[in-house]
Design a protein around this ligand. Structure first.
Ligand code: MN
Length: 139
């Protein structure tokens, strides 16, 4: 067993994610690995999201706070909220992020290299508004 203490003082500083993300995104390394797996707690400000991408060996997302959207290529964005778990199969093109008016934090376990593609356009992103289930629209 190995315990990694949260917010270690000398390593694992929170990183601002900019190159392959739109908006304000913070990545917190959770557990250093040497086998190509990355484990990060990622917080998206309202409106923030990843670029389109895929994961060579897949990805598990565990939503730990807030509400967000996840979207596979060719499908509509779907709402995800705290407690939801998402499995993204190897090679499936997708994006994930916050909704327009809420933060979203998820634990992201990425298996193998991530292949980054184009930015998610405002139109593609805002398709999430139309996909919002009835119980999630309170305005
Ligand atoms: Mn992903």
């Amino acid at each position: 067993m190995r315990i990694v203490r949260g917010r270690a003082p000398t390593s694992m500083a929170t990183e601002s994610r900019t190159d392959t993300f739109t908006g304000t995104v913070w990545g917190d390394p959770v557990l250093p690995t040497t086998d190509g797996t990355t484990i990060n707690s990622v917080t998206f400000a309202p409106g923030a999201r990843t670029f389109w991408h895929h994961h060579t060996h897949g990805q598990v997302l565990v939503v730990t706070a807030g509400r967000g959207w996840v979207c596979s290529a060719g499908a509509r964005p779907q709402v995800i909220r705290a407690g939801d778990v998402v499995w993204v199969p190897p090679g499936e093109r997708h994006w994930h992020g916050a909704t327009v008016d809420t933060i979203m934090t998820h634990l992201a376990v990425s298996l193998g290299p991530t292949v980054w593609l184009d930015e998610v356009s405002e139109e593609e992103y805002r398709a999430g508004l139309a996909a919002m289930p009835e119980e999630d629209t309170d305005r």
